[in-house]
Design a binder for this molecule. Structure first.
Ligand code: ZN
Length: 419
């Protein structure tokens, strides 16, 4: 079904939250109203439209036609655009004296325009061309600098518009990618809650409350995504926007990025030459692994958790020197000594049934998740992404080196139990 600003306001209101963007619309023909919408938002002055070749053809040209009467410049990137800092600079140069950046695209274009407009301190509006990822409504931008991806501060778009007629024609791999990036709600929530229960790190159930109804609609009709069903694609788009809003209110990516995302980062860090795949396609596959691991380890408890310290030689053996140093420093934030080891192990012994129950409430059977991917004809195995089984296992076993988030990957490492 089409979504308006009002639908998002209603969902957020149930959690006691205000809608932090001025407008959201997911509906057929949204592109036609671009001039009216910009005026309603009270924005006037020169506009820079930013797209790549594909998104310009899909929606950018049509938007330009409808903005004929405005002072409008445009910047269309060639194929193969990456979210590299040099393009942020290029957008900023092109947008000199503009009052608005109109971003037309999905992941990369959104990240570049979000960061460029933030640095110029002008608003940006995103015309999302594919339901491919959950960054439309998040306030951070993922930007490559010196060959490394960084999460940099940025701001929310003033408005998010997604035209169903454009979305239903998006490449199927991008639709699969959006589904994969949504699938990890359960594994991310379980990992985030695990860390909270064991180490009292911050946790909030609110981001997940926002997703529940839409998630079950998307998962229960996943096969209709493969048929490019209008309603299914609108629901998936809404789910991705809600996931972004959840991250915004959590003040970080924790509700949507835990062990399953670490494995995907590890694959990219350890095996940079593997065939290119979309972020969400990877997350679909890594989510199935995480889900299996979580279920297996909860069946194998209560665990005795030994002290956790960084193994310097392991970091140095597996990562380039600079990265190793950075990751080891971050790892220290989740390391703990023998005193804490005894306390956590005792807690698990005494509270195992309740501990496990709390985690199980956030989980779905792995077979359910697998069936969602398969119903949509999305890749569901490492091999389907061109990843060798041994490379995938290497990444899974060492992904915990890369970040400070304590997940079931750390439990598997500590208990030497990988299922
Ligand atoms: Zn993601």
């Amino acid at each position: 079904m089409p979504y308006t600003k009002h639908d998002f306001e209603t969902i957020l209101k149930q959690a006691g939250l205000p809608l932090p963007v001025a407008d959201i619309q997911i509906a057929p023909g949204v592109c036609n109203d671009v001039a009216k919408n910009i005026e309603r938002l009270g924005i006037s002055g020169d506009i820079l439209l930013v797209a790549d070749m594909h998104t310009f053809n899909a929606a950018g040209r049509g938007l330009m036609d409808r903005l004929r009467d405005q002072e409008l410049r445009h910047l269309v990137f060639p194929e193969g655009l990456k979210p590299d800092v040099q393009y942020v600079t290029q957008i900023q140069e092109e947008a000199q004296n503009c009052r608005l950046i109109l971003a037309v695209g999905s992941g990369t274009i959104n990240d570049l325009c979000k960061r460029a407009s933030y640095q110029l301190d002008i608003p940006y509006i995103i015309y999302g061309t594919a339901p491919s990822m959950n960054g439309y409504a998040s306030a951070n931008a993922s930007i490559i600098e010196h060959n490394l991806k960084h999460t940099l501060p940025a701001h929310l778009p003033t408005a998010i518009y997604m035209d169903t007629e454009v979305l239903t024609n998006a490449p199927m791999r991008l639709i699969h990618s959006g589904l994969g990036d949504s699938l990890c709600r359960t594994t991310a929530q379980t990992d985030w809650l695990l860390s909270h229960l064991l180490f009292n790190t911050p946790y909030s159930a609110v981001p997940f409350q926002l997703l529940m109804e839409t998630e079950s609609r998307v998962f229960s009709r996943a096969e209709t995504l493969a048929q490019r069903d209008t309603r299914a694609i609108e629901d998936l788009s809404a789910l991705l926007i809600l996931s972004g809003l959840g991250m915004f209110f959590a003040g970080g990516s924790q509700p949507a990025s835990q062990g399953e995302h670490l494995i995907a980062h590890a694959i990219e860090a350890f095996f940079p030459a593997l065939p290119e795949t979309y972020h969400g396609e990877q997350i679909g596959v890594t989510t199935l692994f995480m889900s299996r691991l979580q279920h297996h380890l909860l069946d194998a408890g209560p665990w005795a958790l030994p002290p956790y310290q960084a193994d310097t030689r392991l970091f140095e053996r597996l990562l380039p020197a600079e990265t190793a140093k950075h990751c080891q420093m971050e790892f220290q934030e989740k390391a703990y000594d023998s005193q804490e080891s005894a306390a956590v192990t005792q807690y698990l012994q005494e509270n195992w049934v309740d501990f496990r129950h709390q985690l199980q409430k956030t989980m779905l059977p792995t077979s359910t998740l697998e069936n969602v991917l398969k119903a949509a004809c999305a890749p569901a195995t490492p091999e389907a992404l061109g990843w060798k089984a041994e490379d995938f296992h290497h990444a899974c076993r060492h992904a915990m080196l890369l970040r400070n988030r304590f997940t079931f990957l750390d439990i598997a490492r500590l208990t030497e139990n990988w299922g």
